[in-house]
Design a protein around this ligand. Sequence first.
Ligand code: TYR
Length: 317
Amino acid sequence: MDRIDLVKRNAQEIVTEKELYGLMETKAEPSAYTGYEPSGKIHMGHVLTVNKLIDLQKAGFNITVLLADVHAFLNQKGTMEEVKQIADYNRRCFLALGLDPDKTNFVYGSDFQLGEEYMLNVLKLTCTTSLNRARRSMDEVGRTMDDPRVSQMVYPIMQAIDIAMLDVDVAVGGIDQRKIHMLAREGLPGMGYRAPICLHTPILLGLDGDKMASSRGNYISVDDDEAAIKKKMKKAFCPAGEVVDNPVLQLFRYHILPRYEEVVFERPEKFGGNLTCNGYEELVKIFEDGTLHPMDLKNGAVKYMSLLLAPVREVLL
Ligand code: TYR
């Protein structure tokens, strides 16, 4: 696959594609980053952006992963000490998923966000950002609270300043980060920094076809073993022939097929024997026309998800 296709695959939106092409033509080693609020449960939604960082790394980008401890704290996820502790667990998970340990720069938010220059930049951007805009940018990121805190207004401003201070060309994130990224694109040039190129991945559905939510347990975590994956897959929403918003097909599209070019669905002879499939297009076709039964798709998902998460389980032992 050529560099551009690798960078673009499975992206939902690139702002703007033209800028991205320009960057890749002119800079030998462009840079990209994603930030993560440290979390005790890394799930396949997180992994989707990690996959994109791996694509970018393979395409020659320098990758920074921000362990956004201060942001998690501002978003009321725990005390500073608590979130810092979880961050290292997250770093180990991300590496086990395939980021190159020699070429990935892990940064703690608290290591650079409390300095004078950073803080002055934050204050400057608060002067040019309307309250309304800051609030709206948090619609899909902020922890829902009856009584939202000022900290959740500081959050998007800091995320924008991160992009400037980490000096990255491309900000990568789920599409839920888009309003914060647009705030950064508009606000940073006035402060003498360049507007970042933004690459957004889709948001993965929960296995029940609804939004992923820890309260529902409707997702696969990176530390799930085969038995746990099997149990969750059994209950997964996967109607025969349904190729739109099918969470099991999504696992193939965003997680399995980018790693395994060819997948084999194992079936007893009386059900047609093993079925080999190359690429997502082919998978959609055989599922839509009924050649591949939901049960076989699910069994395949269990096999490959367990395989691709095996390295994570190993480092956590
Ligand atoms: N907003 C991201 C999230 O929802 C976390 C993040 C924080 C990303 C700071 C980037 C950043 O600079 O998890």
